[in-house]
Write a protein that binds this ligand. Structure first.
Ligand SMILES: [Zn+2]
Length: 636
């Protein structure tokens, strides 16, 4: 039996459509799964969707759909994107799957039997949006959710609790013993200090909504559904058949759980504690990555700057996008997406270094040897170059296990640089002129072998590109090639090179229409001018009835009105409507009056309010109610 690898993405919550963050996690996981397969591990790669909880219930209701219909729709969007992206998952799990439900119930049952679950009453500040309870000290201004900033509500309900507090010391011991159980290290330290502050028992059921997995029938308590985090985390074992057929359970424990940093706490604290309670081995690595910004700004729906991964892949090519995501950011840190950075990577790393190297090899082999490639003299002339490259490639793999994909690619690119340099330095065209044909052929073969070795190792990240290169160089890219070229440090057999079109045509201008920075600014200004409803209701507007209207001497514009708004005495209000109304026609006319303005003095007269008017090219009209209203009635 070969060694096993089990790679997971988080299951994505179906309250959102896929964005660049989802694509990033999934593409890292996919690359890792392909890396293990290349190394002949028996690999299982899991992704899927998380579909229960109050938030989904509410989002579905708001759209007039059942929760299941809504979940079906969003889950299908995720699956379609991963299929279009040729993500090599072995299982796409949905928490609404029957097998998952049985697995989650089984887990609850086992934890209950092991004495880790008890019934109690929970009272806490609950954020509906985050589906999380918070303690007093966690709230912002005693009221707002520390994660999303929305108002929390106090919820008191019967609940089952998991004895998380009993696992504090065991968790701390695990973090200490298993050095790389949480990566990167900085994130692990955050987890440790959180646990050291003390863990409270965890409420793991809800009775306040229905959209979730019921408790196992053996408990005879159908009021409760599983808390969404317990439900979700169990997917990593239910997908392997836990609680049902156990078909793939031998893949457990996970080699890598890929997660975003926002959900690390659930994975690095709750999940191992649940597993300890279930007497199951703990995952080998829980790896937390950072977030993406766009052009240095946080992405949000309201800004309209969310990066749509499908749009990027369509404009720039999926393989190029994959390379960019994994090359641009050190794992664990936040990354910035911009078309400029992407274009730079494509034109420089991919075009100048990689694509150009292949073109040179094709050109030289055509010219010097009729496309025949023979590696037999490489070691005779250029052993030190091959040895140097093998040493770099050997050490590169370590970065992949730490998910430092940027460093992994940097190392591989050193080989491409070496290959390009060797052509420039050894000048095969000079050797040919000098009649040193064997040496010239060896230079071409040297660079072809370096490219072949590099392509094998970057194939998990750019599978199609690597396969095209292998095809052009005349070898088959598979586990055998990995063993031959990387593990055993051998060279290519005699092959024939097939010319192909350049892989990375130069990109001269941005290919996606994004909101221009100027347009974004304008948008922001427009936002600033908007006011909240509260602000509007600061103005008190009431219906008034004009009792008397008089002209003011020396003023062509003003009329002095006496307006009854239901107070003890009518108010004196000055209004610039003289040019449009005969005073005597105004008596008895109802108007809208802003009644909470500070009094103003106009042309020596006090004015206690403002009469609303509308003005266009035909002049000014008073605003009046469509039918007569009681004086003092509120306008809103
Ligand atoms: Zn919240």
């Amino acid at each position: 039996m070969s060694k096993k690898a089990y790679i997971t993405t988080p299951i994505y919550y179906v309250n959102d459509i896929p964005h660049i963050g989802h694509a990033y996690t999934t593409i890292i996981a996919d690359s890792l799964a392909r890396f293990y397969r290349l190394k002949n591990y028996d690999t299982f790669f899991l992704t899927g969707t998380d579909e229960h909880g109050q938030k989904i219930e509410q989002a579905a209701a708001a759209r007039g759909k059942s929760a299941k219909e809504y979940a079906d729709e969003i889950s299908a969007k995720f699956r379609a994107l991963w299929d279009d992206f040729e993500i090599s998952y072995d299982c796409f799990i949905r928490t609404t799957d029957e097998n998952h439900k049985l697995g989650a119930q089984k887990a609850f049952e086992v934890m209950f039997k092991n004495g880790d679950i008890y019934k109690g009453e929970y009272e806490g500040h609950y954020c509906v949006s985050c589906e999380t309870f918070f303690t007093d000290s966690q709230l912002i201004n005693n009221e707002y959710c520390p994660d999303c900033g929305k108002v929390t509500t106090i919820v008191k309900e019967e609940s089952y609790f998991f004895r998380l507090s009993a696992y504090q010391d065991k968790l701390l011991k695990w973090y200490e013993d298993a050095d790389e159980c949480v990566i990167p290290k900085a994130k692990k330290n955050e987890v440790i200090s959180f646990v050291k502050q003390g863990l409270r028992d965890l409420s793991i059921t809800r009775a306040s909504f229905d959209w979730g997995i019921k408790l196992p029938p053996s408990l005879g308590d159908s009021k409760h559904v599983l808390y969404v985090w317990l439900d979700a985390l169990v997917n990593y074992i239910s997908a392997l058949g836990y609680g049902t057929d156990e078909k793939n359970i031998s893949y457990w424990p996970a080699s890598f759980h890929l997660v975003g940093k926002d959900i690390l706490r659930f994975h690095a604290i709750y999940w191992p504690a649940f597993l300890m309670s279930l007497n199951l081995p703990l995952p080998k690595h829980i790896a937390a990555h950072g977030w993406w910004t766009r052009n240095g700004e946080k992405m949000s729906k309201s800004k309209g700057n969310v990066v749509n991964p499908r749009e990027v892949a369509q404009a720039y090519g999926l393989e190029n996008f994959r390379y960019f995501l994994l090359r641009e950011v050190p794992f664990g840190q936040d990354g910035d997406f911009s078309q400029k950075a992407l274009i730079d990577r494509i034109n420089s790393d991919l075009g100048n270094e990689l694509g150009n190297l292949l073109n040179r090899i094709i050109g030289m082999s055509g010219k010097y040897s009729g496309y025949k490639l023979d590696s037999s003299s490489v070691l005779k002339f250029y052993k030190k170059d091959i040895d140097a490259a093998d040493a770099v490639l050997c050490s590169a793999e370590a970065y992949m296990y730490e998910l430092q994909t940027n460093k992994y690619l940097e190392e591989i690119w050193k080989i491409l640089t070496l290959a390009n340099q060797s052509i420039t330095i050894y000048e095969p065209w000079v050797k040919i002129k000098e009649g040193k044909n064997e040496e010239a052929a060896a230079i071409v073969a040297l660079s072809a072998n370096l490219l072949a070795k590099a392509a094998v190792l970057f194939s998990p990240i750019m599978p199609k590109t690597a396969f095209s290169i292998a095809k052009s160089l005349g070898f088959e890219l598979n586990t055998k090639a990995y063993e031959k070229l990387i593990v055993n440090k051998n060279l290519l057999d005699k092959t024939v090179i097939t010319p192909i079109a350049p892989l990375f045509p130069r990109i001269e201008k941005e290919l996606m229409n994004t909101p221009e920075p100027e347009a974004q600014k304008k948008e922001a200004r427009k936002d600033e001018q908007l006011i909240s409803a509260d602000k509007f209701f600061n103005s008190k507007i009431q219906i008034g009835s004009i009792i008397k209207a008089e002209t003011i001497e020396k003023s062509d514009r003003l009329l002095k009105l006496s307006v009854d708004i239901g107070e003890a005495a009518p108010r004196q209000i000055l209004s610039a409507i003289k040019a449009y109304y005969e005073p005597k026609n105004l008596e008895g006319v109802q108007v809208c009056v802003v009644t909470n303005l500070k009094p103003a003095k106009i042309m020596g007269f006090e004015s206690y309010g403002m009469v609303l008017t509308a003005e266009d090219k035909n002049g000014i009209s008073l605003i009046t109610p469509q039918t007569l209203k009681d004086v003092g009635a509120i306008v809103k």
